[in-house]
Structure formats: C-alpha cells, structure tokens
Ligand binder design. Structure first.
Ligand SMILES: Cc1ncc(COP(=O)(O)OP(=O)(O)O)c(N)n1
Ligand SMILES: Cc1ncsc1CCOP(=O)(O)O
Ligand SMILES: [Mg+2]
Length: 208
C-alpha cells in the first residue's frame, strides 16, 4: 500500500459551499500528498453522496491523490474509492474492514489511547484524532483534546495519526511535535480566500 498522504482535505458540508471547486484548487498543489475525504451531511441522499464521491475520485485520480469516503462505505465501494473513514456512530472498525477489504485505507476516529489501540487492533490503518482545537465546522463535539491529548493517542499506536479540528498551518508544528503524522482540515482550505495558497501553506508546514 502506498504511504498515506499527510494533508487530508474533508469536503465542506455547509450550505453554499462548492467542495469540487476547493478540490480543483487544492489538487494541483498537493497532488499525491493529498487525501480527499468525501463527507456529506447526514441528511444528504446516497445519490448525492455518490455523485460527489465519483467526481472526487475522478479528480483525485488525475493528480495521484487518494480519495476516501466518510461514513458511507457502500458509496466508497460503488465509486472505487481507496477506502473510508468511520467514527463512533458508524460501522464498527472491524465490520468496516470486512466491508472494504484488506487492501483498503480505513480511518477511524479516536480521542483516547484505549479506543485508539482497539481501533487499530480491529483494522484501522490510520486514526483521525480530535478535535484538537475548537472548530466551527462541526457541532456537538466534546471539548478539544489539545496537543497533549493528541500525544497520548500517538504514543499508544503505531499507525499514522491525523490531527483534526481547528487545524491551521500555524498550528501544524505543535501538532507534529506531539506526534501527528498529518492533519485533516475543512475550514483552513475551504474558508480561505485563496484555497490553493492555503493548501501550499499547510503542506509547507507538514513537510518542512
Ligand atoms: C480524519 C478524520 N478524523 C475524524 C473524523 C470524524 O469522523 P466521525 O467521528 O465519524 O464524525 P463525522 O465526520 O462522520 O461527522 C473524520 N471525518 N476524519
Ligand atoms: C469532521 C470533524 N470531526 C472532528 S472536527 C471536524 C471538523 C474539522 O473542521 P475544521 O478543520 O474546519 O475545524
Ligand atoms: Mg462518521
């Protein structure tokens, strides 16, 4: 399996956003360092998720980037995505692994060392860990775990740890020092006046 990209760009589910335009800006900059995670509102139909995911897979293929699908693993399979990401309200990690197969990339959300280790034992190939910082992109989350919480998880597992939640380029050095292999963002790219430049800044912080 090729190494996992360090910059994970999650599609913005907020009303009025244009996730494909953001991908078109980010992909030429980050290319194979980019992991695109297709995420839609829970209220979106499977057809809407499928239509977005198949476009994202095609765009990613043109740049050697990896495309994953959040939550809806049947959509991941239908569009031949590289894998998926699951959390506490989704299929359990072991079941997700059985659905996707042994070669797929499978991410799991974890906030504590014990759940992180259990997710890896069940088949997760990377962990999304957070929220590390406050975020306005998703509601209903627990308090941020900060770099210290991230470090506790990173020290408990041997798979790549992807920091998520309120991540900016300025926050990347501290998160990396705490053990993050990479970061996952929505707003840092989607809210930027220049998403291509924001992508370059995040990549620069991740690869220096
Ligand atoms: C890289 C990454 N980390 C964490 C999450 C959150 O997943 P989950 O807890 O299942 O919440 P939803 O994104 O499904 O609302 C993620 N998507 N990606
Ligand atoms: C889906 C998700 N899960 C934890 S934080 C988050 C949203 C991250 O968005 P942002 O990068 O804008 O804080
Ligand atoms: Mg989920």
């Amino acid at each position: 399996m090729p190494s996992l990209g360090r910059l994970h760009l999650i599609t913005d589910t907020r009303p009025g956003r244009n996730p494909l335009a953001v991908l078109r800006a980010a992909l030429p900059v980050a290319r194979s360092e980019l992991v695109v995670q297709v995420r839609v509102e829970d209220s979106a139909t499977d057809r809407q998720a499928y239509d977005l995911a198949r476009r994202a897979v095609a765009l990613c293929a043109a740049y050697g980037a990896t495309c994953l699908v959040n939550d809806r693993l049947h959509v991941a399979l239908a569009v031949a995505a590289a894998g998926g990401h699951v959390g506490a309200d989704d299929l359990p990690v072991g079941a997700a692994r059985r659905v996707l197969g042994s070669a797929a990339v499978l991410g799991a959300t974890a906030r504590e060392p014990a759940t992180a280790a259990a997710a890896v034992a069940a088949g997760a190939s990377y962990l999304g860990v957070g929220p590390c910082h406050p975020t306005s992109t998703k509601t209903g989350l627990p308090d941020p775990i900060g770099p210290a919480g991230l470090r506790a998880v990173a020290e408990a597992v041997a798979v790549p740890v992807i920091a998520i939640g309120g991540v900016t380029a300025a926050a990347v050095p501290v998160l990396r020092a705490a053990g993050a292999y990479g970061v996952a963002v929505v707003g840092a790219v989607s809210d930027a006046a220049d998403p291509a430049r924001a992508t370059a800044e995040l990549l620069g912080a991740l690869t220096c």
